[in-house]
Design a protein around this ligand. Structure first.
Ligand code: AMP
Length: 128
C-alpha cells in the first residue's frame, strides 16, 4: 500500500506544497514545531533515509537547500534545522525547521495549531 506521503505526491491527499521537482516534493508539516516547518521527501517510496542511493540522497539535500535558504530569509530565523528523525511514516523525509534556539527542535514539545488560512499564508510565503 502506498504511504501517506506517496498519496500526497499523487495529489490523493491535500498538502500545502512548497516545492516540487521530478524526484522530490516539499510540503508543510501538518503538526509544526514552528511556523514554516516543512517536510522534504523523495517521490520514490523508500522507508529509510540511508537506503536511498547516493544520487537520490545528495540530490535531496541540494533540493532542500533552496527551500531552507528561502525559509531563513522569510522567517528571519537564525538557522534552519535539518532533521532526519521519526518512525511514524515509513517514507524517508527531512524536517526543515526554522530555529532560533535548540529547544525549537524538541519534538516532544507541543505542536502549533494553525488554521488552514494560516498554513496557506505560510505556504505562499515559502513557496519557491
Ligand atoms: P515521523 O515519521 O515521526 O517524522 O512523523 C511524520 C511527520 O509527518 C510528522 O511530523 C507529522 O506531523 C507529519 N505528517 C503526517 N501526516 C501528514 C500530512 N498528511 N501532511 C503533512 N504532514 C504530515
Amino acid at each position: 500500500m502506498a504511504s501517506i506521503f506517496s498519496k500526497i505526491v499523487a495529489g490523493e491527499i491535500p498538502s500545502y506544497k512548497i516545492a516540487e521537482s521530478d524526484k522530490y516534493y516539499a510540503f508543510l508539516d501538518i503538526n509544526p514545531l514552528a511556523a514554516g516547518h516543512t517536510l522534504v521527501i523523495p517521490k520514490q517510496e523508500v522507508d529509510y533515509f540511508y537506503d536511498l542511493d547516493d544520487d537520490m540522497l545528495s540530490g535531496m539535500i541540494i533540493f532542500a537547500k533552496e527551500i531552507a535558504q528561502k525559509m531563513k530569509a522569510v522567517t528571519g530565523c537564525k538557522k534552519v534545522a535539518t532533521v532526519v528523525l521519526g518512525l511514524e511514516v515509513a517514507h524517508a523525509h527531512i524536517h526543515l525547521i526554522p530555529m532560533n534556539n535548540e529547544s525549537d527542535v524538541d519534538f516532544r514539545r507541543e505542536k502549533l495549531k494553525l488554521t488552514p488560512e494560516e498554513f496557506q499564508e505560510i505556504a505562499s510565503k515559502l513557496k519557491l
